[in-house]
Design a protein around this ligand. Structure first.
Ligand code: FEO
Length: 389
């Protein structure tokens, strides 16, 4: 793919990773992208690099626009290695370039890489860098999603280079939201938000308000993953909805099972919820991707989690899933713990403990010894109806 001019003298020089299917446990069924941008004013800046193994491909794209040795600045919006591990390759060629980053990013880069001889310029919220015809303003994005994170705004082009925020893990030849289809782009963005930004929702809300209050005009948002937003309002509005946990009439049921007893309960709960005309999603913790499950949980009004008890504790696949969910801190949902047991219901109590820790409003748990009776299945159906209501 050729470099793409996304605004006057600003080029996409990133790479498409069609192969990757597991991005540190975030499953990526359609691969992902690492977006880098080259800004050509009187001076030249490269905004973010790419994963190390693709650095050569990025350099080839840069060479079609400028000689990489002439890069004056490398802006590091974020040090996570998917964006920064190509930095040593670039710095070997662009020997005179200055790295522009936050103070925390400088400290992190020094831990990740041997940066002997590299020049740094540390910037903070509101600092500007004039490239001659292109003015960059740096916006603090602390904890969105790492302590070092920042974004770069190009004043003349009303362009926000937002790094991870507003990104999506998908590889596509299409570079813009409209070309991929806005609804499809939003659905990949939702998956990204649920699996990476959900626990930071209160910060996301504050940051969006802050950006709106800065009074800067944003015509385009170019993240470091996925397609570029020519319709920035679409993704800003979606982020506000997700960060506020504005939920849909949807019940998500997540379970695992040993001898089908918990499965029978899960299906009865699903039937009960479905009888009320709401959307129902039923997931199995070993057959379904946790990435997909938490994407559906993000905007569900109700969640039921079920498991058998084994070895006097929670069935491990559900324990693992709950460990993942706990870290993502879903909010604003009614929840139900359910499951089967032989000797005691210790596993179900562990599900309840996670719900308590997350401060989610719980319905009466549903615990069944060995196999659910007809009456117990009716209770499960009723619990589904209650969740849906
Ligand atoms: Fe936080 Fe795309 O790295």
């Amino acid at each position: 793919m050729e470099p793409i001019e996304i605004r006057g003298d600003i080029y996409w020089v990133g790479v498409l990773d069609w192969e990757e299917r597991d991005f540190h446990n975030f499953l990526t069924p359609r691969g992902l992208t690492y977006n880098s941008y080259l800004i050509v004013g009187k001076e030249v800046a490269l905004v973010d690099t790419v994963k190390h193994k693709f650095a050569g491909e990025m350099l080839n794209r840069i060479r079609k626009i400028v000689n990489p040795e002439e890069i004056d600045y490398v802006i590091v919006n974020h040090i996570e290695p998917d964006h920064s591990s190509g930095l040593p390759v670039i710095m070997q060629i662009a020997e005179n370039a200055t790295i522009v980053c936050s103070k925390r990013a400088k400290d992190g880069i020094s831990k990740y890489y041997d940066c002997d001889g590299w020049e740094f310029k540390v910037v903070k919220q509101g600092d500007e860098l004039d490239l001659g015809g292109k003015t960059l303003t740096f916006l603090d994005m602390t904890m969105l999603h790492w302590p070092d994170s920042m974004a770069t705004y190009v004043k003349e082009d009303k362009l926000l280079l937002s790094n991870d925020a507003f990104g999506q893990h998908v590889a596509s030849e299409e570079r813009f939201d409209e070309d991929l289809g806005i609804e499809e782009a939003l659905s990949w963005a939702k998956m990204y938000y649920a699996n990476i930004l959900m626990p930071l929702s209160s910060l996301v809300k504050r940051k969006i308000t802050e950006i709106r209050n800065l009074g800067i005009e944003i015509d385009m948002i170019a993240p470091s993953h996925g397609v570029i937003w020519k319709n920035p309002q679409k993704i800003l509005d979606a982020y506000e909805r997700w960060a506020n946990f504005e939920n849909e009439d949807k019940v998500v049921i997540v379970y695992d099972t040993m001898w089908h007893s918990t499965e029978k309960l899960a299906r009865a709960i699903a039937d009960g919820a479905g009888s009320q005309g709401v959307r129902v999603r039923l997931f199995h913790t070993r057959r379904d991707s946790w990435t997909d499950i938490v994407t559906e949980i993000l905007d569900a009004k109700a969640l039921a989690v079920g498991a058998p008890t084994i070895h006097n504790t929670l069935f491990p696949p559900v324990a693992g899933f709950l460990g993942y969910l706990r870290g993502l801190k879903p909010q604003n949902k009614k929840v139900l713990a359910f499951g089967s047991y032989g000797w005691n219901g210790a596993g179900i109590k562990e599900i309840e403990r996670v719900f308590q820790e997350l401060k989610l409003e719980m319905l009466e748990p549903l615990m069944v010894k060995f196999r659910p009776t007809k009456e117990e299945l009716e209770k499960a159906y009723a619990a589904g109806v209650e969740l849906a209501k």
